[in-house]
Write a protein of this length. Structure first.
Length: 340
């Protein structure tokens, strides 16, 4: 189940898991409970042995039959939906939590989360948050990198457009309280005092889009690219990638960046340190430290040997975060839930 309205990281991971499970177990039939207008339906239209069930809210969809042995909730609303379904149909469920925020102490949350047979956190910090709420059986299963089809034309388009520039990329929802785009803007101002060959290319859309564009309107080297479905094809064009999140469950986009051979500067928050070890396979800054972000980018630009070492180590680490590995671990948890 995933009742989200859009298609962000959690929905991308839901789709990756469903696709991979369909490959590794030919006897497995999957039912995706989602909103009637969910983009996930289109993403999964070529996936074998899957059907769809409409649920536009937590009360929707409970009165038609759904022959499931176990339910897997991928977002908070889906956890509540699963609890209601368990009361009505006795079907056990587990949930995956992807954000590093506490589960709020609400009566409905206590019913829904504590009635789950198991909880899954995508990083060590998320696992800790789940345990602190009182869930007894908790597993850590990291998100996976995506196997994107690289479009050389898109990569070359960016390279040609910003020829002879050091291209710094960013991908994320334009919500500063989460993804920290203002940290990037402030770092650009500092870098522009010393260098003229940096360009910052930011992909994404979100509630802060207009205000962020206004705040950076005098910075000619900040380019807002909007939402791009094939964003993965642009990643290899970057000379560096910045991810100054203020909170982050894990940051699965970092796996794709590591696999593409692009050095990373990211915030030392949430589950990011599970992926990035400072000065080993990337660089970490403290939350909101735009001066450090600027300094780290300059270091990456000027020290080619250091940059290559970071990339080599990151590439090796990224190979441990495959969709196949993630799916096998979830399949094991499903079996444990069914044995209870």
């Amino acid at each position: 189940m995933n009742l989200a309205k859009g298609f962000r990281g959690g929905e991308k991971q839901t789709v990756l898991l469903i696709k991979e499970l369909s490959k590794i177990d030919e006897e497995l039939h999957q039912i995706l409970v989602c909103r009637s207008d969910s983009p996930m339906k289109n993403e999964l239209k070529r996936t074998s042995r899957i059907s769809f069930k409409k649920a536009n809210n937590i009360l929707d969809g409970h009165f038609s039959s759904m022959p499931a042995d176990v339910l897997h909730a991928h977002d908070a609303k889906a956890v509540h939906w699963s609890y209601i379904n368990k009361v009505m149909c006795k079907t056990p469920y587990l949930f995956t939590k992807r954000v590093d925020l506490k589960i709020k102490e609400k009566f409905a949350n206590r019913l829904s989360y504590l009635s789950a047979s198991a909880g899954v956190g995508i990083s060590s910090v998320v696992v800790k948050k789940i345990k602190e709420f009182g869930v007894s059986e908790v597993y850590r299963i990291p998100d996976a990198g995506s196997v994107s089809v690289n479009n050389e034309n898109l990569k070359n388009e960016i390279k040609q457009r910003f020829k002879n520039k050091f291209i710094v990329g960013h991908i994320g929802a334009l919500v500063d309280r989460d993804k920290g785009q203002r940290v990037i803007i402030d770092a650009v101002k500092k870098i522009n005092n010393q260098y003229e060959d940096f360009v910052f290319v930011l992909f994404g859309e979100g509630e802060d889009e207009n205000i962020l564009k206004r705040e950076s309107q005098n910075l000619e080297n900040v380019i807002w690219m909007g939402f791009e479905k094939s964003v993965g094809s642009y990643i290899p064009a970057f000379d560096a990638f910045v991810f100054p999140s203020r909170s982050e469950g894990m940051g699965s986009i970092l796996i794709d960046v590591m696999a593409a051979g692009v050095p990373i500067v990211a915030s030392n928050v949430g589950g990011i340190p599970d992926l990035i070890s400072d000065k080993e396979n990337g660089l970490l800054i403290e939350n909101g430290d735009y001066s450090a972000l600027a300094e780290k980018l300059i270091e990456i630009k000027n020290d080619v040997g250091f940059r290559e070492a970071l990339v080599s180590n990151a590439l090796a680490k990224s190979k441990g975060y495959t969709a196949a590995a993630m799916a096998l671990r979830y399949l094991d948890v499903y079996k444990k839930v069914l044995k209870k």
